[in-house]
Design a protein around this ligand. Structure first.
Ligand code: ATP
Ligand code: MG
Length: 339
């Protein structure tokens, strides 16, 4: 349970590091939209400062940030109900991150799976920002005293580290200032896998476009990618247990269940014994039916970038109203002089 003394508040972020994909939609965006009417203030951020931990072409970063904003809105997130903005317009994130850089320990950072995956074989050449990424992420969340963070499975470890940072800060300064944030990892598709390799997650930053379904893909591209997705030669099993040790098969069934808002058991029961060739055709139809309205709306919103920038600017103002006092209190706790 999260701390009773903190008002429930949701925060989550997505990097403008490339094209939004089906994993981002099912693991994050769709769930943000589903949760919107729970009466809890939700803050959603395009985390551009995180994106530059690996090289981003400046013009592409600008475009991706706007397109990500369009993706949020097209997925059903209402910028009036929720707060929608890009991270660099709220400097309190980076300011609190510095304090957390001084709270977090080097050893914690080096153990992060994302750091190991993204720094690869040449960690010496990775940016310092990539190593410090989780401290900035902790600041993103805690600068709002957020209590709940809906994310995909891949972010679970970073959420644990956020709690470690909050606990160490509270302990070191003898306060109960930062909440113990709860990760919210739910649904049938908390980890959508790479279509060509069922052992890796689907990612924006994967150089191969065949590995993912982008929210901007047209119907032909979606059908082609699903048809070419790797599978094993066996038909669909009779029960969900039959998907064990079949990561590619399991992935396609999970995607179906999440898109259709049903369970894996249900999908398996309805398709038992079917060959994947046929299953993939039906899955492609389902994916197109669910995604085409989103890509259409994204394209429409992208025709008016000034309106997107206005939405982001307004969101940033609202975000700062919450973040600025929390940063000021943090500085007071730490003992910084404020004149
Ligand atoms: P990058 O490759 O640049 O890290 P990404 O595809 O991992 O991009 P992020 O911006 O890092 O996307 O993550 C945004 C949100 O989407 C997070 O909540 C993350 O957990 C979720 N997410 C990312 N990939 C997947 C996936 N394959 N399945 C489910 N959720 C995912
Ligand atoms: Mg990622």
């Amino acid at each position: 349970m999260s701390d009773a003394k903190f008002t429930p508040r949701v925060f989550s972020g997505i990097q403008p590091s490339g094209d939004l994909h089906l994993g981002n939609y099912l693991g994050a965006l769709k769930r943000f939209a589903d949760a919107q009417n729970q009466g809890i203030l939700s803050i959603y951020c395009m985390v551009d400062l995180h994106a530059i931990t690996v090289w981003q072409d400046p013009a592409a970063l600008t475009r991706n940030t706007r397109e990500l904003c369009a993706g949020f809105i097209a997925s059903g997130i209402d910028p009036e109900k929720s707060i929608l903005f890009n991270q660099s317009q709220v400097p309190e994130h980076a300011q609190l991150a510095w304090v957390f850089n001084c709270v977090a320990r080097m050893g914690w950072m080096g153990r992060m799976t994302q750091w190991k995956d993204k720094s690869g074989k040449n960690a010496e050449a990775a940016s310092l920002g990539l190593l410090a990424y989780p401290a900035l992420m902790a600041a993103d969340i805690l600068v709002y005293h957020a209590t709940h963070v809906p994310v995909g499975e891949d972010q679970k470890q970073h959420l644990e580290l956020t709690r470690d940072i909050a606990a160490k800060f509270n302990h070191d300064y003898g306060v109960e200032f930062f909440p113990m944030t709860e990760p919210v990892i739910e649904g049938a598709a908390t980890r959508v896998m790479n279509l060509q390799d069922g052992t890796k997650k689907m990612s924006k930053s994967d150089p191969s476009d065949k590995t993912r379904i982008n929210l901007t893909d047209d119907a032909d591209a979606i059908a082609r990618k699903i048809k070419k997705a790797k599978t094993d030669p066996d038909p669909l099993p009779e029960t969900a247990e039959g998907l064990e040790n079949r990561p590619e098969a399991r992935n396609l069934v999970n995607i179906w269940a999440a898109l259709a808002e049903t369970t894996v058991d249900d999908v398996v029961a309805q398709n038992a014994g079917k060959m994947f060739g046929y299953f993939k055709q039906d899955l492609a139809d389902l994916a197109v039916e669910k995604l085409a309205p989103i890509s259409g709306e994204m394209a429409r919103l992208m025709q008016d970038p000034a309106e997107i920038d206005r939405i982001l600017g307004r969101g940033a103002e609202r975000a700062r109203e919450i973040a600025a006092p929390i940063l000021a209190q943090t500085y007071d706790i730490v003992g910084m002089v404020r004149s």
